[in-house]
Design a protein around this ligand. Structure first.
Ligand code: SIN
Length: 201
């Protein structure tokens, strides 16, 4: 599959044709950097999925030569991922499909809202078979990589720290994200600046 998923997401025709609002689940940048209009926003959980910094970012927090790392969801029957559910007009997806084009497929998943209601929500998930998938690595290595990367949307470290801060504010426990945040802060304190470089790698 191509890393650019715009065509695939738009031809899947999952959006209601009558323009009725749909639920969208955000678990990464869609939590802390919204950038689209919504009718309602609620904390929500997706059972059977875990949030991981396992997706490469060629277009926002890195470059094709030096991809950063951003979050995707991985299936895990023991896990649950907490994020924000937004009720949105289907119009927002023309913008979001471009924003999430680097490997993310827009899929319907069953979601539990904070009042216990169940809804089907669209979720952008970068599956293992996409060419930008970076895969598992120790949290220390992920943090070290994040510290070295930046892209058109800014430093990769800003993404990771903003996500960790937003989850803490929501009182969500995410040991993977918080460990990467801890490592990043330790690296930043030791050296006091990110290690950007134009070298490939
Ligand atoms: C999301 O936030 O739901 C998708 C991943 C990202 O944009 O960070």
């Amino acid at each position: 599959m191509s890393a650019n998923t715009i065509e695939r997401n738009q031809s899947a025709n999952l959006l209601p044709e009558d323009g009725q609002p749909v639920w969208l689940f955000g678990y990464g940048s869609l939590i802390y950097k919204v950038g689209f209009e919504f009718l309602e926003a609620r904390q929500a959980t997706l059972d059977g999925w875990k949030r991981r910094f396992w997706q490469g970012s060629h277009d926002h927090r890195g470059t094709p030569e030096r991809p950063g790392r951003v979050v995707t969801l991985m299936p895990d029957s023991q896990a649950r991922c907490t994020g924000i559910a937004y009720r949105v007009s289907p119009d927002v997806f023309s913008h979001l499909d471009v924003r999430e084009k680097n490997g993310y497929l827009r899929l319907f998943k069953p979601l539990t809202l904070n009042d216990g209601d169940s809804v089907d929500a669209l979720v952008y998930i970068a599956t293992e078979d996409n060419p930008a998938f970076a895969g598992p690595a120790p949290e220390y290595d992920i943090a070290a990589r994040i510290l070295q990367c930046q892209g058109p949307s800014g430093p990769n470290a800003d993404y990771a720290l903003a996500l960790a801060g937003a989850l803490r504010h929501m009182q969500v426990e995410d040991p993977h994200v918080f460990e990467i945040e801890r490592q990043l802060r330790a690296m930043l304190a030791a050296d006091n600046k990110p290690h950007y470089s134009s070298e490939a790698g």
